[in-house]
Ligand binder design. Structure first.
Ligand code: AHM
Ligand code: MG
Length: 332
């Protein structure tokens, strides 16, 4: 039995901090703030069918996608907690075109920037399927004062922490600070995340592949051939929720591969590098898996824009190795 089994997220974060003698406690506080914000979001997600909170808010976000009311709520909630928590100097969100610099004394002195997709998979809200919050945390590059965009444009290898919350049949928070991945299930009776999945390891292969198969004809040749191989030779099953957090959660726990390749209409893929692909790649790598854009390891990519997109192939190492081979054999 793991020495941490069953303990709450807060206790775990504090215990883990003791493994780092130089830790100041700031990152722990930031992680706890995100945990608390996610519980408030979870409460609203849970009652979404009961109150008039569903449906489009009318606004359109920076990606030209229809914004749902819960997206707005989740975004505001996280921003409030991060701004008031005192450990975050700036926020980059899928829902905001520009970075938000925290213009308070604490904010200007804080060390961390947070990137997030406050409520990913929002097209699933109306049908009660899994959705999630994705976050990543970097140390700022600038010293003090208001943060700037450059503080956010860092490669995944520089992350200090990343995670997601899945609002599914139960709510879980899964995160890493660079020494393995741990998963916590929200116990609604006590309102606490409790360690339920210590030290998650992704199997080196798996039964399922996960991709929007409807885009097959516009995938690069190597990906089409790879999918043919998965289906015809390896007899893999297709699982696709259309919610990255849900599809990733299954892949992380059970192995397999999740892909969002380039398509004709989206030559850079659909998913966002900084707050979708990089944090998920970080978790997958920490759990013993791998993530690439078909040519580069996701964690090696140096971002140049806040809302940049990138193709992603993420999951079990043996299946990722085959992606490399198909790319080598079939090119683009
Ligand atoms: P969103 O950030 O607007 O919710 O979009 C991201 C979602 C991912 O969760 C999911 O993997 C993908 O979009 C599904 O896209 P598609 O419907 O094209 O398959
Ligand atoms: Mg998203």
């Amino acid at each position: 039995m793991n020495r941490y089994n069953g303990i709450t997220l807060d206790e775990f974060i504090i215990l883990k901090e003791k493994d780092y003698p130089d830790a100041t406690g700031n990152l722990s506080k930031l992680l706890r703030d995100i945990g608390v914000a996610s519980k408030v979001i979870n409460r609203e997600v849970n009652k979404a069918g009961l109150v008039d909170i569903l449906g489009a808010a009318g606004a359109v976000n920076v990606q030209d996608e229809e914004q749902q009311k819960l997206d707005v709520y989740a975004n505001n909630m996280l921003i409030n907690y991060l701004k008031n928590g005192g450990q975050c100097t700036g926020i980059g969100s899928e829902e905001n075109e520009d970075i938000i610099a925290v213009d308070t004394e604490d904010g200007k002195n804080a060390h961390y920037v947070v990137l997030m997709d406050p409520l990913d998979g929002s097209s699933n809200i109306d049908i009660n399927a899994s959705i999630g919050t994705i976050f990543s945390i970097y140390k700022r590059k600038s010293n003090k004062g208001l943060c700037n965009l450059d503080d956010f444009l860092q490669e995944g290898n520089k992350l200090v922490a990343a995670g997601y919350v899945i609002y599914g049949s139960s709510t879980m928070l899964v995160y890493s600070t660079g020494s393995g991945v741990n998963g916590f299930t929200l116990d609604p009776s006590i309102g606490e995340y409790c360690l339920s999945h210590p030290d998650i390891r992704t199997p080196d292969t798996g039964k399922y592949y996960s991709v929007n198969q409807a885009n097959y004809s516009s995938f690069p040749t190597h990906t089409r051939r790879y999918i043919d191989w998965l289906v015809n030779e390896k007899k893999k099953g297709l699982r696709y929720i259309g919610s990255m957090v849900g599809d990733m959660h299954r892949t992380l726990l059970k192995g397999g591969i999740f892909m969002y390749p380039a398509t004709n209409s989206a030559p850079e893929g659909k998913l966002r590098l900084l707050y979708e692909c990089i944090p998920m790649a970080y978790l997958m790598v920490q759990a013993g898996g791998r993530a690439t854009d078909s040519k580069r390891e996701i964690l090696d990519i140096i971002p140049s824009q806040l809302h940049e997109r990138c193709p992603i192939y993420i999951g079990s190492t043996r299946l990722l190795k085959r992606v490399d081979e198909f790319v080598e054999n079939f090119g683009d």
